[in-house]
Design a protein around this ligand. Sequence first.
Ligand SMILES: C[S@@+](CC[C@H](N)C(=O)[O-])C[C@H]1O[C@@H](n2cnc3c(N)ncnc32)[C@H](O)[C@@H]1O
Length: 355
Amino acid sequence: MSFKFNFDIEMDGEDVETPYVEPTPDTFVQSPSSASSRVPAQLHSLDELISKLPPHIAYSPLSIPLTSSKTITIPRRELFDVKMQLMAEDNNPSTNASQNFSAAFTDEDIRTNTYEGGLKSWECSSDLVKQLVSDSEIWKNSSHRILELGCGTALPSCYILQTLLSSPGDHPVHLTLADYNIDVLRLVTLPNLILAYLYATNGLPSSDPSVSEEPEETPEIELTPDLISSFLSTLQSHHISISFLSGSWSPVMISLVHGGLEHPSTTEETMYSLLLASETIYSPSSIPEFVDMIEYTLADSGKGYIAAKDIYFGVGGSVKDFVDIVEGKAWKWEVVREEKRGTGVGRVVGVVSKS
Ligand SMILES: C[S@@+](CC[C@H](N)C(=O)[O-])C[C@H]1O[C@@H](n2cnc3c(N)ncnc32)[C@H](O)[C@@H]1O
């Protein structure tokens, strides 16, 4: 029940230019999976995930080139630091996270229905950040509720949080981050949101080697109670709230979005004005469930930014499969960014809307 992204692909100029994200391969193989063995959906509060944070995290700044002279920086927890935490937890009988995450210690990128790849940043997520930078005036003024599906390291949401903290909008914003694995949410998603907060508020130590005392070392921050309390009060003063969803895309996840299992009500109030997703349509078996998530969580006036490879050889998912379903529902699909990698498979960012 596992598959490995095949990294034996020809590296061309663009990969050299963007070495910071995992190049999604052009070809990979996946074993069959069944929806019944998937992890059930659960809602998590920010407080719950804060209680699961490690005492410190190591990070590095990720530079995403926008033009030849302009980049955007998003600090991100280092994968080696995540692995060290998992190894430490392996010795702790109260957690069995590293058993589920043994794929993270091998050359597998995804283990179907166990670990769906969220510990690493995939290359389409930087495409999505670039598009959000271009469209910042559009989403900033119209997005009150934002959902990132299959967030993993959540670069797009981190960019959004940095932007909202640096130049606040004039309305409250609720951000929901969903990943298949609760452990991805606690190990990378929330740590990266805290790093985004620190970056936006100039709270990170300088990464300038001429200023840094120990330039050789990967920087670390202590997640002290004072830091967490400043994070929470800054969110509150900017009228930003955050929640999390783990588990599989499903009717249960949809009902959790809309007020819980007992009183679900699919109203415009609980729908999202902005939906984000990067590298989430690689598996044909889960594309219909992913489209259901859009159908029942994206507001009629909302926009869904979907970043993906044109085709995922070996598994079979593709933008075309996704767009066929979208067009069957008479929704709109507009490609707003295209990235080509020489002879490799292209990548797109498209916007789906219902009207
Ligand atoms: C390849 S990772 C991409 C992570 C991140 N968006 C990026 O681009 O770096 C795919 C993500 O899709 C999500 N995912 C895949 N299949 C899923 C399913 N059936 N239900 C819920 N989430 C799923 C996982 O949470 C996983 O993090």
